[in-house]
Design a binder for this molecule. Sequence first.
Ligand code: ADP
Length: 301
Amino acid sequence: MKIAVLSRNPRLYSTRRLIEAGEQRGHEMVVIDTLRAYMNIASHKPQIHYRGQALEGFDAVIPRIGASVTFYGCAVLRQFEMMGVFPLNESVAISRSRDKLRSLQLLSRKGVGLPVTGFAHSPDDIPDLIDMVNGAPLVIKLLEGTQGIGVVMCETQQAAESVIEAFMGLKQNIMVQEYIKEAGGADIRCFVIGDKVIAAIKRQAKPGEFRSNLHRGGSASLIKITPEERMTAVRAANIMGLNVAGVDILRSNHGPLVMEVNSSPGLEGIETTTGKDVAGLVIQYLEKNGRPHLTRTRGRG
Ligand code: ADP
């Protein structure tokens, strides 16, 4: 197959591994810098140009679109879809997953366990909003945050009110969430491909920290997940319409709670911790499922 990897940086671990795994399995792998792809969207024959030439003959595309380039990246991916190229994840599913509130609303509608989460616009409604999520301690999250930045824990009602007020004053969209204390500063990253969790790791926050992000000094270890966790992760990815996803789960007293569904899950932490060839499994998925003009939405919806 001829496979495009939409990525801004070919030196990133995940991009490198996907290229390596694809080439090992006999495919032609081409990295395309997302922001350097351009197109005539009104043409009868959809095309993408790159460094002065039309891209042709691709069977599949692997989007590795960073949060900061979601808008343009999804437009490029949509153009690939219109050309009939099979996307590992569809543009519609990626943009859906990048909207944290929309994602939680979709998951909640299907009965997936979530931490109690509130959202409000007006500072006048802060006290009731805090009540809605059962009071302090609670977690406040910037909707645009990634890698744990903009995730704040407030131990008292007063601290929570001040922080929410401050974020609202800065015109930042936030959500307010119950703090899952029993998770003990750990979460589980489930790597889903198709209808299977192919690898899972536990991420533990460093002492004195509740955010387990590896970028925040958290450490990763092997974990055996329960059938319920497995099912929850696969359902969450499926509801979002993602073929490949990193589903982050908190272990609570009342079962697994989904925190986030990531459409471009990193490979480094999961591969080095589990020793599994996750990149190879991603390529295998494309070999099995990648057919021209097979996109469910073709960029619509
Ligand atoms: P980001 O998307 O920026 O990584 P997350 O929502 O995943 O932000 O939060 C970062 C980390 O903070 C999580 O990995 C988890 O360890 C911790 N965390 C987030 N929300 C909660 C919560 N409601 N209760 C307990 N811990 C939480």
